[in-house]
Design a protein around this ligand. Structure first.
Ligand code: IVH
Length: 543
């Protein structure tokens, strides 16, 4: 994008600006000049970091630039700008999404699952436009689609797919995604145009987010796609800013494009600052398309994000026009979907886990079976409705699939193998740990054990969360919590602060020194800041 020389100039400018303080600007005009430079620089570093993965300055220096920007904008509110990089942090004000019409409808793609179907697609194209054309193959990102409108190089709106003709205006949320440019660089972009792309969550970001949610007693997301889509619909954009979202753009729509080639136009879009996949490939014939698919069917397992197939597009816009659309989808593109890996095995039993917040999770115990490189012994059953829907019987031969989800799931039953002597799975009515009658709140999918002060896994879970490193950081092992619980010394969080040295010394594996350390660690926790105490209490929905 920029030459090495201008990169160097920018690095020098960065150093100069970092050394400034907000009080160095005496008048409005000077503040505006500095703001212009600062915004341009932050955009440059953002692009280097989030789009090109080639950071030019340390995270610390970047933070200093951002802080300076926020301070100047606070001192001079009249100089604020809706496309300033400061908007990336989002806002605490709850928003209602307004609906916005799509200037060009957001269509879906036809699906194919086999080579034969793909060859039929190819034959249909050849019949209409002959065989002088190229394809572009792309990864089919598994997230939530978004339509971005740019006017004079600035992001104007971001809208969800919705029903294809109108969607929700999620501009404030999308502005927090740092790889999406708020302001374009270089030149040559149309005055007004639309970019379409997919907002997704990386597998690493998804796993981390779910760990945090489990810690704060919130339900985990089933897969990265749901968590990306859910994040985009949050009302508070400053919370969206904390979600690990990212975006690939895969189409540009305008009547005023420089090239007839989709491939070349995406290359241009990259030049203007958009994050375009590096795995895009121009294929001169269907043979190359098949090779691309074969390659990615294996290589996708090593990608840091989920894809659910390959999109095959005719490259020439003129030929795309010639081919046209059906009511639902273009005739010039198709998605080749990878089959989720599936095996069959036997359902041996269903067990029920009780979480720290009392939520019950049913788990299927299976005859161990090899699936997508791992041995699967258990599968998630989600909730009572899922079990009912599958009409599960103990001993059933079941199909297990590993798709986008990290935990395999049961997707069906081989009914032809069901014998009459099998017992239907009846969801438990009482807690498997404390026998209290379970409750299910209206509108909620999960059952709960309401005995929060008497149900052992809830008590132990709450204590374990309370003492964990991110919370009160008290140095007990999980096994120690169990021992203290069994002896009756620990029945709630407050008991931690009444523990006596002699009680601990008497436990298996403890001596005077280790008991002293434990008591000391309990003492130290009394000076932990209140925000962490609040988190440690593990109140549902409070993180
Ligand atoms: S092109 C006219 N390219 O797949 C349709 N779509 O049913 C143009 N998707 O939800 C779509 N990656 O968001 C296209 N490289 C890619 C894609 C892609 C993911 C999604 C898209 C939509 C669905 C299409």
């Amino acid at each position: 994008m920029a030459s090495k020389e201008s990169d160097k100039l920018r690095t020098d400018k960065t150093k100069e600006l970092i050394s400034l303080s907000a009080s160095d600007f005496i008048d409005l005009q000077h503040a505006q000049e500095i703001l212009d430079e600062l915004r341009e620089l932050i955009r440059f570093h953002e692009h280097k970091y989030y789009v090109e993965a080639d950071p030019q300055i340390s995270d610390y220096d970047y933070d200093q630039l951002e802080k300076l920007l926020v301070r100047i904008e606070q001192n001079y509110p009249q100089l604020q700008d809706p496309n300033s990089p400061s908007q990336r942090v989002g806002s605490d004000i709850n928003q209602d999404f307004v609906q916005r019409e799509h200037t060009y409808p957001m269509l879906s793609l036809g699906n194919t699952y086999s080579e034969e179907e793909l060859l039929e697609f190819h034959d249909r194209i050849v019949k209409t436009i002959g065989d002088d054309f190229s394809y572009v193959c792309e990864l089919k990102f598994d997230g939530a689609s978004v339509s971005l409108t740019y006017l004079d190089g600035k992001l104007l709106y971001a809208v969800t797919r919705g029903d294809g003709t109108k969607g929700d205006d999620i501009t404030a949320n999308v502005k927090t995604i740092k790889s999406i440019p708020l302001f374009l660089g270089n030149h040559g972009y149309p005055a007004e145009f639309i970019m379409r792309g997919e907002i997704y969550m990386s597998l690493e970001g998804f796993n981390k987010l779910n760990e945090e949610r489990i810690e704060t007693g919130e339900p985990a997301f089933a897969n990265p796609r749901n968590s990306a889509a859910g994040s985009l619909k949050m009302q508070n954009s400053s919370q969206v800013a904390r979600r690990p979202l990212n975006c690939y753009l895969y189409a540009i729509i305008s009547d005023d494009l420089a090239s007839d080639s989709h491939y070349e136009n995406l290359k241009l879009a990259k030049y203007w600052g958009f994050r375009i996949s590096e795995h895009l490939k121009k294929c001169k014939d269907i043979g190359e398309v098949l090779e691309y698919i074969k390659y990615w069917n294996i290589a996708r397992k090593k990608l840091p994000f989920d894809i659910d197939g390959i999109v095959v597009k005719v490259d020439s816009l003129r030929q795309q026009k010639q081919l046209g659309y059906t009511a639902k989808s273009p005739r010039w593109a198709i998605s080749y979907k990878f089959k989720a890996e599936r095996v069959s095995t036997r359902l041996e039993s269903v067990s029920y886990q009780v979480g720290r917040t009392g939520a019950i999770t049913p788990v299927a115990n299976l005859t161990p079976v090899q699936l997508a490189g791992t041995i699967v012994k258990r599968a998630s059953l989600h909730n009572a409705d899922q079990i009912e829907m599958l009409d599960l019987h103990i001993g059933d031969a079941v199909f297990v699939e590993k798709g986008g989800e990290i935990i395999p799931k049961i997707v069906g039953v081989k009914l032809e193998e069901r014998t009459t002597n099998l017992n239907k799975v009846i969801y438990i009515s009482h807690c498997p740990e404390c026998e209290t009658q379970l409750v299910r709140m209206e509108g909620e999918a999960n059952h709960y054990c309401p005995n929060e002060n008497g149900c052992p896994p809830q008590i132990k879970g709450k204590i374990e969360h309370f003492i964990s490193r991110k919370a009160m950081d008290i140095g007990f092992a999980e096994a120690t919590v169990s021992l203290l619980f069994e002896k009756g010394y620990l029945r709630n969080i407050a008991d931690i602060y009444n523990l006596e040295k002699t009680q601990i010394e008497a436990l298996d594996g403890f001596r005077e020194k280790s008991a002293n350390n434990l008591i000391q660690s309990v003492q130290q926790s009394t000076s932990i800041p209140y925000a962490r105490v609040l988190f440690a209490l593990g109140i549902r929905h409070i993180g």
